[in-house]
Design a protein around this ligand. Structure first.
Ligand SMILES: NC(=O)c1ccc[n+]([C@@H]2O[C@H](COP(=O)([O-])OP(=O)(O)OC[C@H]3O[C@@H](n4cnc5c(N)ncnc54)[C@H](OP(=O)(O)O)[C@@H]3O)[C@@H](O)[C@H]2O)c1
Length: 323
């Protein structure tokens, strides 16, 4: 049984804990929050025996096999590094760091301490997305020449101090949700040769819409993220011999439609829980077989992804006050 500890008792930590309860090979045993009261409430809600009023106490508690880090982007690097130096395996929420320098440091510390580290890029483990990748790799749609993907939701009514609209917490759409369309283009086509991108900004200084065109030798990807409207959240992967449409919301999808030879076939694959079950199972498989990184979402994959996001930021002038 893999014993989990959660750091940061916020929104995603709740969703994750509900899914963890569905996985037979793991259990939540420890919760850490900046407030002991909050940690106790959270631990009680999910039946975890240990609650801590500081993150460091959990890092040094020797109660867990792996820590799930569910705090704002800006703390991912520092907290992961502290956790790993104390000998803990870490599943770190996306984006792994706010820039490539941070991710490089995290990967180096994982290697130095010989501990497992993975970015919680949960869509990579979604059964439909795995299937789509398999179809593409097996040539089912010929050569991929076009990827179209978006992810936008309305968030301008949120707290301006909260992590989406606050530049001090690396707010904006790109790192929070633009990461998903970029991930899909990267998964299907790799690193682009050239990137064109343009962004609009909010009064707090964060970027709230970002359009991107990735150019490859013989392919293009058109990608979008935004916080000032809802988008359909559909994804299209189009090749010389067919097209895969990943059903909305594509990043947590349950199925896809394959168009090929004049026929359109809808396939419902399903998922477990909200979908975090699949990334949790990947972590269990890695830990049970002694792996220090996932083959499906490796350290190099996280490094490539943040490098692409750094390029988009450079082109669009997305800068954070703390950098
Ligand atoms: N994979 C996904 O589907 C998904 C979905 C949503 C978010 N995320 C990622 O998960 C991370 C957290 O997102 P969230 O929506 O859960 O955020 P959230 O609701 O704001 O929770 C973040 C938690 O981090 C802790 N924290 C530590 N320092 C903080 C600070 N300076 N300001 C605010 N909170 C701080 C707090 O926990 P304590 O008070 O308990 O210490 C807080 O509850 C983000 O990096 C995001 O990208 C992933």
């Amino acid at each position: 049984m893999i014993k989990w500890g959660i750091v940061g008792a916020g929104n995603i930590a709740h969703s994750f804990s509900k899914d963890l309860a569905l996985v037979s090979g793991g259990e939540l045993v420890s919760v850490a929050s900046r407030s002991l009261e909050k940690a106790k409430d959270f631990a009680n809600e999910y039946g975890a025996p240990n609650a801590y009023g500081s993150y460091e106490e959990l890092f040094n508690s020797n109660t867990v096999d792996v820590i799930y880090l569910a705090t704002p982007h800006t703390s991912h690097a520092d907290l992961s590094i502290t956790a790993m130096k104390a000998g803990n395996a870490v599943l770190c929420e996306k984006p792994m760091g706010v820039n490539k320098r941070e991710v490089e440091q995290m990967v180096a510390v994982a290697k130095e301490n010989n501990v497992f580290l993975m970015e919680a890029l949960w869509s990579r483990f979604n059964p439909t997305i795995k299937k789509a990748k398999e179809l593409v790799d097996n040539g089912a749609i010929g050569t991929v020449v076009y990827v179209h993907s978006d992810f936008a939701f309305y968030a301008l009514d949120r707290d301006e101090e909260g992590r989406l609209l606050n530049p001090d917490l690396a707010g904006g759409s790109l790192l929070d949700i633009g990461i998903y369309p970029i991930f899909l283009a990267y998964l299907m086509l790799g690193k682009p040769k050239d990137i064109k991108a343009t962004a609009n900004f909010y009064k707090t200084g964060v970027e709230i819409q970002c359009s991107m065109i990735f150019n490859y030798e013989n392919a293009q990807a058109i990608l979008y993220s935004g916080l000032n409207s809802n988008s359909e959240k559909k994804a299209e992967i189009s090749g010389s011999e067919g097209t895969i449409f990943i059903h909305p919301r594509w990043h947590e999808t349950t199925g896809y439609t394959l168009e090929k030879d004049g026929e359109s076939t809808a396939n419902e694959i399903g998922k477990m829980g909200k979908g975090y079950v699949h990334e949790i199972e990947e972590v269990h498989d890695c830990l049970n077989s002694g792996k220090k990184e996932s083959d499906l979402w490796s350290h190099q994959n996280s490094l490539d992804l943040i490098e692409i996001m750094d390029s988009v930021r450079k082109k669009t002038g997305i800068v954070f006050p703390f950098e």
